[in-house]
Design a protein around this ligand. Structure first.
Ligand SMILES: *Cc1c(COP(=O)(O)O)cnc(C)c1O
Length: 404
C-alpha cells in the first residue's frame, strides 16, 4: 500500500508555489526552442579566466579558512570589503560590517524578510507587476498582497498614498513595500528620483518599511540618475537587497542585505537555522574579484553587450509587432515588457508560440491581482542576437494572426 504523504504536510506547504517560469523552462529544456523567457545572464560574459585564477589561489593560499565554517552574517573581511564596494558602486554609506548579512543569493534574503516580518494577513505592498520569486517567497507567510500600478516613471506613489489611507482606515497592519526601483523585473522600468523621495516620505508618514531590491543598479546603460532609495533614506526605513548574480555569476549564490543593526541581528538568527552561513568559498571568491577589480573591469563589457542586445530587441519589436502593442524601453537590466491588445491572452498563446519554436513568459503570474493577461516579458540578456531577431519575428507573426 502506498503512503499518503499529504497527511504529514504542514499548513505552510499550502502557500508554496512553484515558479511558473521555472516550470515552463523545465518543460522546454530538451526541445529546440528560442528562449526569450528565462531571466538569466549571458554566460559568455562570466570572467572565467579571472575566476579560475582566483579560485585556485584562494584554495592554495587560504584554503584552511576559505573551506572552513564562517560567521552567520558572513566572512568578516568580506563584509568589510563590501562596505567599501557598496559605497563605491551605489553611493550607500554602510555604518559598519554588522549592518550587512551575506545571503545565499538575494533570494534567501527575500525569504528571511518574509519570515521575520510577515504574520498572516499583514499587508505587503508590491508593484503591479512584481518580481515573481519575491511574490512566491512572501506568499509562504500568507500576507495580504496589495498591488500598486506602475507607469513609465515606475511605482505610482500617488496611487500608493490613496491605498495607504484606505488600508490605515481599515486598521490593516502594513509591514513593508517591496520594490525593484531600477531596471525592474519584469517591466524594465525605472522609478524617478522624485518618486523615490515621495516613497520615503510615505514610509515615514504611514509607518512602513521599504525593501529595495537593487540587483540591476550597476547594469545601467544610459545616463540616468539611479541613486538607490537606501542612499536617500535618513531614518533607517530601507532594507537594501542586492546580489552578485547579475554582475559576477549566479552560480556563486551570493547576495546581501544592508539594514540597521537591530534588523540584521534578527536576520542573523533567522539565517542561522536556514544554513548557518553562505558559502565561505563563494565569499572569498567574490571578495578577491572585488579586490582585484575583476567586477569593475568586467561591468562595462556586460553593459555594452546588454545594451546592444536591448537595441536589437527594440528594433525587432518595432519591425515585427502590430499596432496596438506597446512595450517598455529599459535603461538597463535584462527585460522588455509588452502590453498586447486586450483580447490576446498570453498564457493561452504560449503553446502556439512554443510549437513555432519560441518561448516567452506570460505576464499574469507577476500580477498579485491576476490581471496582466495581455502582457508578456521578454529577456534579451541570454539569447544570441540572431535568436532575438528570429524569436521576436515569430512572435510578431503569431500575434498578427491572432488579431485577424
Ligand atoms: C535576478 C534577480 C535577483 C537575483 O536573485 P539571486 O537569488 O541573487 O540570484 C533578485 N531580484 C531580482 C528582481 C532579479 O531579477
Amino acid at each position: 500500500m502506498s503512503v499518503q504523504y499529504t497527511r504529514f504536510l504542514s499548513n505552510l506547504t499550502a502557500f508554496m508555489r512553484a515558479s511558473e517560469i521555472r516550470e515552463l523552462l523545465k518543460l522546454i529544456e530538451k526541445k529546440k526552442v528560442i528562449s526569450l523567457a528565462g531571466g538569466i545572464p549571458d554566460p559568455s560574459l562570466f570572467p572565467i579566466d579571472d575566476l579560475t585564477k582566483i579560485t585556485q589561489e584562494i584554495i592554495i593560499n587560504q584554503g584552511q579558512t576559505a573551506l572552513q565554517y564562517a560567521p552567520t552574517k558572513g566572512v568578516t573581511i568580506f563584509r568589510e570589503t563590501l562596505v567599501d564596494f557598496i559605497r563605491r558602486m551605489r553611493g550607500i554609506r554602510v555604518p559598519n560590517p554588522e549592518c550587512i548579512v551575506v545571503t545565499a543569493g538575494s533570494q534567501q534574503a527575500l525569504d528571511i524578510i518574509g519570515r521575520v516580518f510577515i504574520n498572516p494577513g499583514d499587508v505587503v505592498l508590491v508593484e503591479l507587476p512584481s518580481y515573481l520569486a519575491a511574490i512566491n517567497a512572501f506568499r509562504v507567510y500568507n500576507p495580504l498582497f496589495v498591488g500598486i500600478p506602475m507607469d513609465e516613471n515606475g511605482l505610482r506613489t500617488d496611487i500608493l498614498e490613496e491605498k495607504l489611507k484606505i488600508l490605515k482606515n481599515e486598521g490593516k497592519n502594513i509591514k513593508f513595500l517591496y520594490t525593484v526601483p531600477t531596471a525592474h523585473n519584469p517591466t524594465g522600468l525605472t522609478m524617478s528620483i522624485d518618486r523615490r523621495k515621495h516613497l520615503i516620505e510615505l514610509a515615514n508618514k504611514y509607518d512602513f518599511l521599504i525593501v529595495e531590491d537593487d540587483v540591476y543598479g550597476s547594469l545601467i546603460f544610459e545616463n540616468v540618475d539611479v541613486t538607490p532609495i537606501k542612499a536617500l533614506d535618513k531614518n533607517g526605513r530601507v532594507i537594501y537587497v542586492s546580489s552578485f548574480s547579475k554582475i559576477l555569476a549566479p552560480g556563486l549564490r551570493l547576495g546581501y542585505v544592508v539594514a540597521e543593526e537591530p534588523i540584521t541581528d534578527i536576520f542573523e538568527k533567522a539565517k542561522q537555522s536556514l544554513d548557518l552561513h553562505a558559502s565561505t568559498l563563494s565569499q572569498f571568491i567574490a571578495m578577491e574579484a572585488i579586490r582585484r577589480g575583476v567586477i569593475e573591469k568586467n561591468l562595462p563589457r556586460i553593459r555594452s553587450e546588454y545594451r546592444k542586445k536591448r537595441d536589437i530587441m527594440l528594433d525587432a519589436l518595432e519591425e515585427n509587432f502590430p499596432k496596438g502593442c506597446s512595450w517598455s524601453r529599459p535603461i538597463g537590466g535584462m527585460f522588455i515588457f509588452i502590453w498586447l491588445p486586450e483580447q490576446i491572452k498570453t498564457h493561452e498563446l504560449l503553446s502556439k508560440a512554443i510549437e513555432r519554436g519560441v518561448v516567452y513568459v506570460p505576464g499574469r503570474p507577476f500580477f498579485v491581482d491576476s490581471t496582466g493577461e495581455n502582457t508578456m516579458r521578454l529577456s534579451y540578456s541570454y539569447p544570441s542576437e540572431e535568436n532575438i531577431r528570429k524569436g521576436v519575428g515569430i512572435l510578431g507573426s503569431l500575434i498578427k494572426e491572432e488579431l485577424k
